[in-house]
Design a protein around this ligand. Structure first.
Ligand SMILES: O=C(CO)[C@@H](O)[C@H](O)COP(=O)(O)O
Length: 231
């Protein structure tokens, strides 16, 4: 996902708090706001204390939205189990949690063999150093800025030091932030060095979601330029 001259800004609405009874039109609406891809939150009631949907829903969505990139945010225990069904359903980027698997390398291998891009995520209490051995093997690192499980939670600014640590070491790495991100918190994400932005409630609840996406993109783009000059 990174460009040759550094990381580029990507905005991905999370559909968790959307009207799931009209999923296709909700997804279309979020893409029409100027988004780059969609973030689909899969929850299993074990890894996180909530349930959402899985690959059967994505399989229905795929033919309706043939050209939209789906990031599958797998908040599930043993994420390696679902790689093939998700790939068959039409997932493009499979983001799983370091804390959820006994074998991160195996999971990465399976995702690549299934033809998807790989995202590796960590929860707020997890040390950022655990992802360092995998940086060269994945397409994106996901820094959770809330404890996963629910949309609409409060952004945790203390997670920004993880983003800073990664950005200092890796100029071209795609660093995604997810949880409580919106116009009020985007500057902190940008200053820390995040370039892939997941945002749910802030986009969904706003009367002018296109402006929200535009504003967040501008803030991130400005910071990317600054980081390139300074780092
Ligand atoms: O993964 C999660 C929550 O577990 C996120 O994708 C949130 O659903 C994003 O929603 P907001 O915090 O932006 O409302």
């Amino acid at each position: 996902m990174a460009t040759s001259n550094g990381s580029s800004c990507r905005i991905a609405p999370s559909i968790l708090n959307a009207d799931l009874s009209s999923l296709t039109s909700e997804c279309q609406r979020f893409m029409e706001c100027g988004s780059d891809f969609l973030h689909l939150d899969v929850m299993d009631g074990h890894f996180v204390p909530n349930l959402t949907f899985g690959h059967p829903v994505v399989k229905c969505l795929r033919p309706k939205l043939p050209n939209v990139c789906f990031e599958m945010h797998m908040m599930v225990q043993d994420p390696e189990k679902w790689v093939d069904p998700v790939a068959d359903a039409g997932g493009n980027l499979y983001s799983f949690h370091y804390e959820a698997t006994k074998d991160v390398d195996l999971c990465i291998r399976k995702i690549k063999e299934a033809g998807m891009k790989v995202g590796l995520g960590i929860n707020p209490p997890t040390d950022v150093n655990v992802v360092l051995p995998y940086i060269d093997k994945v397409d994106l690192i996901l820094i959770m800025t809330v404890n996963p499980g629910f949309g609409g939670q409060k952004f945790m600014p203390e997670c920004m030091s993880k983003v800073e640590t990664l950005r200092e070491k890796y100029k071209n790495l795609d660093i995604e932030v997810d949880g409580g991100v919106g116009p009020d918190t985007i500057q902190q994400c940008a200053d820390a060095g995040a370039n892939v932005i997941v945002s749910g409630s802030a986009i969904i609840k706003n009367e002018n979601p296109t402006e929200v996406v535009k504003y967040m993109r501008r803030v991130i783009d400005e910071a990317i330029q600054k980081h390139h000059l300074e780092r």
